[in-house]
Design a protein around this ligand. Structure first.
Ligand code: C2E
Ligand code: CA
Ligand code: CA
Ligand code: CA
Length: 274
């Protein structure tokens, strides 16, 4: 390795090398994560704005043997690049549906779908199989998609969404307002729910623009008769704002953090000890 003078460049390069090496290591580990039972499903409650819990969003967690908990933002992009997300996505779908089917209260369960799951594999078939296997009513399943799903094979994705909807599954548009074309997608598909991105909610107190944007999204959604859930609601002040603006639902630390379902057994109506 060179020293002095070009040291800065060298440092930069070796930092990139290190990042690459790290990614390769992580990828290597991720391939085994499923077999080694290192992946977990966390559940985060979704509630009516008045407080009643109506369902849960399933969120992936990776309990890595040496790194500890790795957050999805750190490994999902990796899993998407090499297609592992197909298996992982099917796994969490099955786990989430199995779990929800065991609840005494017929709450809904929401599962995130990656754009890659629309492009490869047999998403419709695997969802149908999982619903049959677990006995979960399709009407209790909601899938959350981002606009990334509709980039690429737009018509193919729309077709698939329509078929899922025909099965009785609800389709939510996730991270609404963060993409380039959220609005145009609203005219292409009858979404069952809009999830206002967390960034607008967390800035409610700090920037007046966020409040105006949330108001505008709510009024647009009302005009289209699409219910809205606000993500990342952490404070009573945020909830009060959303109540005033007639937002129907909320999700966030104020209601509950993502956790193992054991923490929420009282809400789902499971009385037996597990
Ligand atoms: P997302 O779908 O937008 O999920 C919401 C994220 O916001 C979650 O982060 C959740 O823990 C976090 N969150 C919820 N309430 C609050 C709050 O009040 N305050 C703050 N600061 N954060 C809150 P998480 O679990 O780290 O997931 C990050 C992203 O990873 C998800 O964003 C989703 O895009 C992706 N992801 C997670 N699980 C899956 C999965 O099973 N499949 C796919 N394809 N993507 C997943
Ligand atoms: Ca989501
Ligand atoms: Ca989201
Ligand atoms: Ca997000």
């Amino acid at each position: 390795a060179k020293r002095e003078g070009r040291g800065r460049v060298r440092f930069f390069e070796s930092e990139m090398d290190q990042e690459l090496r790290d990614r390769r290591l992580l990828l290597h580990d991720l391939r085994r994560a499923l077999e080694q039972n290192e992946l977990l499903v966390y559940f985060q409650p979704q509630a009516r704005i008045e407080g009643e819990v109506i369902g849960f969003e399933a969120l992936l967690r990776w309990n890595h043997p040496t790194r500890g908990f790795v957050l999805p933002d750190q490994f999902i992009p990796l899993a998407e690049e090499n297609g592992l997300i197909i298996q992982i996505g099917e796994w969490i779908l099955r786990e989430a549906c199995r779990e929800a089917a065991s609840w005494q209260r017929p709450l809904q369960v929401a599962v995130n779908l990656s754009p890659v799951q629309f492009q490869a594999g047999d998403l419709e078939g695997s969802i149908q199989r999982i619903l049959l296997e677990t006995g979960l009513a399709p009407t209790r399943l909601e899938v959350e998609i981002t606009e990334g799903v509709l980039i690429g094979d737009f018509n193919g994705a729309l077709d698939l969404l329509r078929r899922l909807k025909a099965l009785g599954i609800r389709i939510a548009m996730d991270d609404f307002g963060t993409g380039y074309s959220s609005l145009s997608y609203l005219q292409s598909f009858p979404f069952d729910k809009i999830k206002i991105d967390r960034s607008f909610i967390s800035n409610l107190e700090a920037t007046p623009q966020s409040g105006e944007i949330v108001r505008a999204v709510l009024s647009l959604a009302r005009a289209l008769s699409i219910p809205v859930i606000a993500e990342g609601v952490e404070t009573e002040a945020q909830r009060a704002f959303l109540t005033r603006e007639a937002c129907e639902e909320m999700q966030g630390h104020l209601v509950g953090r993502p956790d193992l379902i054991e923490r929420y057994l009282d809400l789902v109506g499971v009385t037996v000890e597990r």
